[in-house]
Ligand binder design. Sequence first.
Ligand code: CA
Length: 241
Amino acid sequence: MDMGADSRRILLVEDEKAISDAVAAYLKRENYWVTAAYDGQQAIDEFEMHNFDLVILDLMLPKVPGEKVCRVIRDKSEVPIIMLTAKGEVEDRTIGLELGADDYLVKPFSPRELVARVRALLRRAHADAEPQREVLTYGDLTIDLSGHRVFVKGEEIDLTASEFKLLTTLSRYPGRVCTRMELVEKVLGYDFEGYERTIDSHIKNLRAKLGDDPKHPTWLYTVHGVGYRFEDPTAHSTQKK
Ligand code: CA
């Protein structure tokens, strides 16, 4: 399995808890990161706070309807959107597509079908976005994603596959706290419950190789009792948003 292509973040907007839970379970099993929102307002709030690679959006939602959520998202972003509609909810199935969604599924749908659509959309979106995603720069740290190479101040750093995966997982969303368990799932595979300590040793090695002082970190911050957080040192000085 291509781990790199699977560590995508999905916003799942669905007010029916049973459906949301089932879909989330399927997506997580496929290695996606899932954030669930249960009404339209929560969906907009989550979307404004975090970066997502794809949005699964139910049409009929409490507080703010799906159509409105779709417009709000589309005003700001080209993120792929899959619309969920109940049978008979829309006369013309293309309405979701007219709102700017990329695909739609009519309930009841099989979670497998949804996961297949998610994968296809992400593959398409990734192919379009590939050129600007290949190299990430965070101050003196440069991560060449496609080349699997890491540089600090222009000097190449030799990382193990797990350390590289850990670094790319954390640096993908600067400022976001990743729990140890999340990191275990992403870096070691999702079966490894109770292996949180190995993440601590990987972090320790990673810090040593990057020359990142845990007492005065540039990139890797410990969030006590929770996990770790990556910071982009250039983001704070410029404060662009
Ligand atoms: Ca609904």
